[in-house]
Design a protein around this ligand. Structure first.
Ligand code: COA
Length: 367
């Protein structure tokens, strides 16, 4: 199906929190060889929220930045939707906290979407499909993926923690077109979940890796169909994946390569040239759940020439996944949102592991 010409991503805003911890420092207090976190998992830094910061603060920051680059008036926003798994409330949507800060009210559909790390992608798809359907009646949507990823202290996932938000205005496709066609896969599993009232997630690490690999292989197989895999992949300048931690992406790409019949060398070339370069910001932010894929896409889009194509593979535990195809618009090349990340990285404090423990003192002994 053809891409709709007048709908897509009109602007992007990114927000990272003002604190971070190096995984090497975390390894020191955990008595672990730092190479396990840096080489074994591919992690570098964990973005942390200091007191007073949470998923709503990050969402508001990213939204303000996206709105500031959009040439429309706030009265044209007819939908605000937040994908998150860091909800503040079981009833009140995170979008209401954000709308309050932004002064957005009136004839607006406002809600939250949950499907683990896949929620941001679903929010974006719903906004695009709302526009494509005609139900938007020309209005624009504000879409935000925002999360704070924290595990129980000393959990295996601790070095993969992180935080961040990415916001989009969905309106005219100045930054990017998103193809109407997508390739989805879902299968019920308990690979990563957080029961109501439980502070931190329960994770079956190996199972989550197996589910992620299966989902990636299935979605890519569906996209390629009976066409030649090499020429299909060759159409794309980059391929972004959901990034719980970079090693997980390495393994998923291997699974995709095997599924598509690529040699180990071809898979490595694909990973090195089109996947690995997209994870630069993810290594500085850590896992930011719903925002992780979109941080990678934002990095990959910046500097792209009009018409260049990108892949985006979204995965959410539970589990559901979707593979999207994106085409750079005329504002991608200038990549205005790079300034957000550069400012946040330059302005943030790298804290000591001791300060990290102080920040988490209320979490001792808690699941
Ligand atoms: N130097 C280099 N590499 C080392 C090492 C060292 N000293 N020690 C261990 N490693 C490597 C291991 O070989 C392994 O790599 P491999 O999988 O390629 O073989 C990697 O580091 C991790 O080691 P492992 O023993 O498996 O770690 P773990 O039992 O602590 O758990 C996870 C790792 C991934 C299971 C854990 O971090 C986790 O649960 N993370 C969260 C999972 C998640 O985010 N799921 C969400 C899905 S979207």
């Amino acid at each position: 199906m053809a891409t709709s010409n007048r709908t897509g991503i009109a602007s992007i805003g990114v927000q990272l929190p003002p604190l971070a911890l190096s995984v090497e420092d975390l390894a020191r207090i955990r008595g672990v060889d730092p190479n396990k976190f840096t080489v074994g998992l591919g992690c570098r830094e964990i973005a942390l929220c200091p007191e007073g910061w949470d998923a709503a603060t990050l969402a508001v920051g990213a939204a303000r930045r996206a709105l500031s680059r959009w040439n429309g008036d706030l009265s044209r926003i007819g939908m605000i939707v937040v994908g998150t798994e860091s909800a503040k409330d079981m009833s009140r949507p995170l979008s209401a906290f954000v709308a309050e800060e932004l002064g957005l009210s009136g004839a607006i559909r406002s809600y939250e979407v949950k499907h683990a790390c896949y929620g941001g992608t679903l929010a974006l798809r719903q906004a695009l499909e709302w526009r494509w359907s005609g139900a938007a009646r020309g209005k624009a949507a504000l879409v935000i993926a925002s999360d704070v990823a924290l595990y129980a202290l000393e959990d295996g996932g601790e070095p993969t923690q992180g935080a961040g938000a990415v916001a989009f205005v969905v309106d005219e496709p100045h930054v990017a077109h998103v193809d109407v066609d997508t390739y989805a896969y879902a299968e019920p599993a308990f690979d990563f979940w957080r029961p109501v009232g439980q502070l931190f997630p329960s994770v079956q690490g190996q199972l989550s890796l197996d589910c992620y690999k299966k989902a990636a292989a299935s979605c890519f197989r569906e996209m390629v169909g009976d066409r030649d895999a090499r020429s299909v992949l060759g159409e794309y300048h980059s391929a972004s994946f959901h990034v719980p931690f970079p090693k997980m992406v390495v393994k998923a790409v291997q699974a995709v390569g095997e599924e598509l019949g690529l040699s180990a060398e071809e898979t490595k070339t694909f990973f090195d040239s089109k996947v690995d370069p997209t994870m630069v910001w993810n290594r500085r932010a850590g896992n930011c759940y719903t925002a992780a894929l979109w941080l990678s896409v934002a990095h990959a889009l910046a500097g792209r020439k009009t018409g260049e194509k990108l892949l985006a593979f979204s995965y959410g535990s539970g589990f559901g996944a979707e593979l999207l195809s994106i085409t750079a618009g005329e504002l991608a090349e200038q990549g205005a949102w790079v300034a957000d990340v550069e400012a946040d990285l330059a302005g943030r404090t790298l804290c000591s592991a001791e300060r990290y423990l102080e920040l988490r003192k209320d979490h001792v002994g808690k699941k």
